[in-house]
Ligand binder design. Structure first.
Ligand SMILES: Nc1ncnc2c1ncn2[C@@H]1O[C@H](COP(=O)(O)OP(=O)(O)OP(=O)(O)O)[C@@H](O)[C@H]1O
Ligand SMILES: [Mg+2]
Length: 265
């Protein structure tokens, strides 16, 4: 039975591929509270994307369960938006039509669609690019379209898979600040996957640390910085360095092992 205030519950879930020969993650227990921003960090291949897809109802776990609002998830659920690691844009649609897509699918009125689309395109700094197609945009811009599209449906749960991985360092800082503000303003429940320990500490209420072989949640760490957060003040705090070192020490063994694996013999 989940604790009160739990929005998402991953209950002893495992996901295997290729007739059980690939274990994406095993025996994951994870609870995300209402209005919480939970970050997940972990090395490449530890099952982060697969876990997020299970939470979003796009994949079924091989065993265990995923629950949202105490209901088992079997398929994509209304009110849950996903920002995909590789954008997931429709290449034959313009920026505006991509952002409008979910709203139109939900049967929103034309005026509401127009209003939301222009609001969220402005929010992610893409005004002027409404009529462009994805191939005419940089990777970072495509990622912003994905973010605008997810926000436009006003979800109560936002699942984000490395949404800022392909933007330049300065843009990333701007988007991190915008995400912090959005979270303060709208208090959605968010799951945010990142490779960046710094990003996870800056954004998260808690950080789940995943390790590989097979993927599992090793620890869920409370972050504790009050909101609203000032990124510069958070980074300058001594607790920030402690958290950073702690998480890095958890991840280091698998990351180092992987780096050696990649060396040519
Ligand atoms: N559809 C699939 N079929 C077979 N194996 C898969 C499939 N999807 C994922 N895997 C495997 O499951 C494991 C976890 O993959 P996943 O994409 O979830 O990792 P990740 O933590 O998101 O990695 P990254 O940080 O590189 O995005 C990997 O070994 C991957 O090869
Ligand atoms: Mg991934």
């Amino acid at each position: 039975m989940a604790a009160p205030g739990t929005k998402i519950e991953v209950d002893h879930a495992s996901k295997l591929f290729l007739e059980g020969t690939v274990i994406a993650f095993r025996n994951v227990d994870l609870a995300v509270r209402s209005n919480e921003l939970l970050c997940i960090v972990g090395p490449s291949g530890c099952g982060k994307t697969t876990l997020l897809r299970c939470i979003g109802g796009l994949l079924a776990p091989s065993s265990g369960r995923v629950l949202i609002d105490s209901q088992p998830v079997h398929s994509p659920r209304e009110g849950v938006a996903i920002v995909f690691q590789h954008f997931g844009l429709l290449p034959w649609k313009t920026v505006a039509d991509n952002v409008a897509f979910g709203l139109r699918m939900a049967g929103a009125a034309r005026e509401l669609v127009a209003e939301r689309v222009s609001h969220y395109i402005r929010l992610v700094g893409l005004d002027g690019f409404e009529g462009h197609y994805p191939y005419q945009l940089s990777g970072g811009m495509q990622q912003r379209v994905g973010l605008a599209r997810a926000l436009a449906i006003n979800p109560d749960i936002l699942l984000m898979d490395e949404p800022f991985a392909s933007v330049d360092a300065q843009t990333r800082e701007v988007l991190q600040e915008e995400l912090l503000q959005l979270h303060d303003r709208e208090r959605k429940t968010m799951v945010f996957i990142t490779h960046s320990i710094d990003e996870a500490i800056l954004l998260g209420d808690r950080v789940a640390v995943m390790t590989t072989r097979p993927g599992r949640v090793k620890e869920v760490l409370p972050i504790g910085f009050e909101r609203p957060r000032d990124p510069a003040a958070v980074r300058a705090h001594s607790h920030y360095t402690e958290l950073r070192n702690h998480i890095w020490n958890e991840l280091r063994p698998t990351v180092v092992e992987k780096a050696y694996e990649r060396q040519p013999s």
